[in-house]
Design a binder for this molecule. Sequence first.
Ligand code: SAH
Ligand code: SF4
Length: 353
Amino acid sequence: MTTPTLALQNLTLPELEERLIALGEPKYRAGQVMRWLYEKRAESYEKMTDLPAALRALFVAEFPFVRLENVRVLGSKDTTQKFLFRLPDGALIESVLIPASPALYGDASDRRTICMSTQVGCAYGCKFCASGLDGFARNLSAAEIAGQFMEVERLSGERINNIVFMGMGEPLANFPNLMKAITIINSEWGIGLGARHITISTSGLAPQIRQLAEQPKQIRLAISLHGATDAVREQIMPVNKKYPIAALVDACEYYTTKKKQRITFEYILIKGVNDDTSHAADLARIVKHVGAKVNCIPYNHVEGLTWERPDESRQDAFMSVLERSNCIATIRREKGHDIAAACGQLRRQTMQK
Ligand code: SAH
Ligand code: SF4
């Protein structure tokens, strides 16, 4: 049987044209297929009624049609909604729909943001994160990544206009499939969402950040920093051993200069670990050095882990230091805490049942 990576939904328009020509079909059929997939959002090959029946039958026989099976939805229309999907091999992934997120982006826009996963599990084992607790299973294919967008639009009835790759997995460790998915999402023949509405969050893979800087698209970049010195960051994120802060900051500066873009540092506030005002001063130095902005996030407790969020007065003291240092800094006052919004938590709850 053909593996999911050979699904037609993993192909770009030029690749599909090539594939169809090899099958003896005219090139324009590729455009027809793309319209069925991304404009009309057909849910099977059988629905593609303007294709010759023999071609549809060939597709059914040769190429698996990637669909995400929705197993649970948590939350309601006005709040954060969480979607759990089962993939054909039984793997579970999750996506989150966030209605409007001025706290996250510092504006009052009507952004409807989807937070998408890029891998099943995660190999990086950050000490605060639910996604890494069960290790890494596999990369998502491009079709499984882009499929989350279309399936969440279908299930919610919403038009989504912003994507953050902040779900399960390390996006830059699945670089080729992520780039393919972004091409599908970004292209006119695909979903048609502008690159400026797409943010990749990374735990700090310095070489891949540089590689991303070489891409022509203006994709936004967020870095999970969480510690502003190696001593602090190493306790939170093992990846810091491989790419210490100096190497990470260099790569961030490269991205910023190359793209003429302000990047975002994410900084979870964890009680007694990284939430001291002296830590804020260390953070401010990095933020200003890179010309970045910083988004602070009070830690969401994860079952099975010991860390907690600091109380509000401590959060405020931390933010004051950033503000006094003239950093562009926001703090995310929770959305969806009650429905296990931090990445990987819903999947774990479901697996443990
Ligand atoms: N692997 C990528 C993408 C995952 S998003 C990365 O590490 O950047 C990871 C982000 O989700 C973190 O930076 C943090 O902003 C958020 N997050 C994950 N677990 C959290 C938790 N328990 N509480 C608060 N935020 C959390
Ligand atoms: Fe993986 Fe990101 Fe979670 Fe770290 S924070 S374990 S890199 S998903």
